[in-house]
Ligand binder design. Structure first.
Ligand code: SF4
Ligand code: SF4
Length: 488
């Protein structure tokens, strides 16, 4: 006999968690969250400890004595079929779920990151462009992007974005504002070109804030340009590693400028991005300073990228302390959300945003897919962190995207190519982690970032519990959150 009647079932690839007195599963094959009702919970509880044959499972579900069971045999058959189709339960005869498909080679662009200069007026001691982990090869290359190269970048974005109604340009450096004159011209040109095609274009930039002036702040506010400031916190944190070449700290220079920026610029979110490194791990006090004292709208944290040997590396104790403090801020984030308020800790906001969308990634991020970086010379790369890196050129703005190089990068970085990730329940969101981080750490963009797995899984579990709690106690917040983030 063939078909389901001969199946012996076990639990599918699910991550179980509880939130607000409710059991949930995170179904890995779909990247989706489901509240467990009585019968499904009982099925999974049965399969936790043993494999059960199809006949036994149906019989037990239909057994009148069973708690939350006692359904008709026909309903029990239907339930088992549904669970099997959804891969909540699987048998030896279940074909493994395919990894999320790799998008086609000509996947349309959505955003370009223009490195309008590779020069910087600071010399942050952990900088990935100039520090020990440098992968860029700038010798003999232009230091500043020209208007011709920038215009060609805009033209490429509009031509290669497959008619998307909206595209985005991020300005990056070096220190972006060292080429502010070009930035202004690009905004004007790109806006005209997009309007001529009846399409929308938005802009953002990342800056160290040292070169902000009143006219620049006016321009950013009037042109509705989103701003991300690289800043490591209050003076004692900022001045530890975010220093001028003389060794002088930069906090006193940026503090008054940031206050002006945050008072004047209300048309887009102003975000702080903190690099955590050895000795810069006071996440909660950094958050309080940036969010409450200075008034940033969102504050996000990332551990410094390093190959495992640098003195500024976080180390295990540092990571543990950071994670504890992340949990403290995550609890606050949830308290705010239960009251219908936004908290501003973007590490939670971003993960919840992905969970709300039901994200199931083929690749860890948009690098080389909808997103590409452009170096000052016009070389294309997977993202801003690979610009000027000869090892990762992916075409040129004047000649177009090198589809072969793009295809090779995407094949290597696909989640299905990362052996260790195949048995990891966090892969719908993580997909192996940042390609650049992997290249710095392992010399291979296709290597899973295994040094962060425990951290990633624990953090994902925390965010799942937040999502589950909100689903039970304040589902309206999740709907509004999705709307606000443009996810629905
Ligand atoms: S890198 Fe680690 S945490 Fe991420 S999907 Fe792979 S195994 Fe899981
Ligand atoms: S490769 Fe890393 S740095 Fe580049 S976009 Fe992806 S996550 Fe960001």
């Amino acid at each position: 006999m063939s078909g389901p009647l001969t199946h012996t079932y076990r639990s599918g690839e699910v991550h179980r968690f509880a939130a607000a007195d409710q059991d949930f599963i995170y179904l890995v094959s779909a990247g989706a969250i489901f509240a467990l009702d009585g019968a499904v919970g009982d099925v999974l509880a049965m399969l936790d400890t043993q494999e059960v044959s199809h006949g036994d499972l149906v019989a037990r579900l239909a057994s009148p004595g069973a708690s939350s069971m006692g359904m008709s045999p026909a309903d029990a058959e239907d339930l088992v079929r549904e669970l099997r189709l959804a891969r909540v339960i699987v048998s030896d005869q279940t074909v493994a779920a395919p990894a999320p498909a790799k998008p086609e080679g000509d996947y349309p662009l959505q955003a370009l990151v223009l490195n309008i200069t590779n020069q910087c007026n600071l010399a942050c001691t952990y900088c990935y462009e100039f520090g020990a982990d440098k992968i860029s090869t700038q010798a003999g290359k232009p230091k500043y992007m020209t208007l011709d190269t920038a215009k060609a970048s805009v033209d490429l974005l509009l031509a290669q974005s497959g008619g998307r109604p909206a595209v985005h340009i991020t300005f990056f450096g070096g220190e972006t504002l060292m080429n502010f004159a070009l930035l202004k011209d690009v905004v004007t040109y790109a806006t005209q070109q997009a309007e001529a095609e009846g399409r929308a274009i938005t802009f953002s930039l990342t800056t160290n804030a040292t070169l902000l002036t009143d006219p620049i702040i006016e321009f950013l506010a009037d042109a509705r340009i989103g701003v991300t400031v690289s800043i490591d916190g209050p003076k004692e944190m900022q001045d530890k590693r975010r220093v001028y070449k003389s060794g002088k700290g930069s906090y006193d220079v940026i503090e008054p400028k940031l206050r002006k920026l945050l008072a004047r610029h209300r048309s887009r979110a102003i975000t702080a991005r903190v690099t955590l490194s050895d000795g810069v791990t006071d996440v909660v006090s950094i958050f309080r300073h940036l969010r409450e004292d200075l008034g940033f709208h969102e504050v996000g944290f990332a551990p410094v990228t390093e190959s495992g040997e640098q003195a500024y590396a976080l180390g295990e104790a540092g990571m543990t302390s950071v994670l504890e403090q992340f949990h403290q801020l995550a609890d606050e984030w949830l308290e705010y959300a239960l009251r219908g308020q936004m908290h501003g800790f973007s590490n939670v906001s971003e993960t919840i945003g992905e969970l709300v969308q039901g994200t199931n990634k083929s690749h860890p991020c948009g690098a080389g897919l909808g997103l590409m970086g452009v170096s000052p010379s016009g070389d294309l790369s997977p993202c801003h962190r690979f610009t000027d890196a000869d090892s990762h050129v992916m075409g040129h703005v004047s000649t177009g995207i090198d589809r072969a190089a793009q295809g090779a990068f995407l094949t290597k970085g696909h989640v299905g190519a990362k052996y260790e990730c195949q048995s990891c329940w966090a892969r719908p969101l993580c997909a192996g982690g940042c390609h650049h981080e992997a290249f710095v750490r392992y010399g291979d963009t296709g290597h899973a970032n295994l040094h962060y797995c425990d951290w990633i899984r624990e953090w994902t579990d925390t965010c799942l519990k937040i999502q589950g709690t909100l689903a039970v106690k304040n589902p309206e917040f999740l709907e509004k959150f999705a709307e606000r983030k443009g996810l629905s």
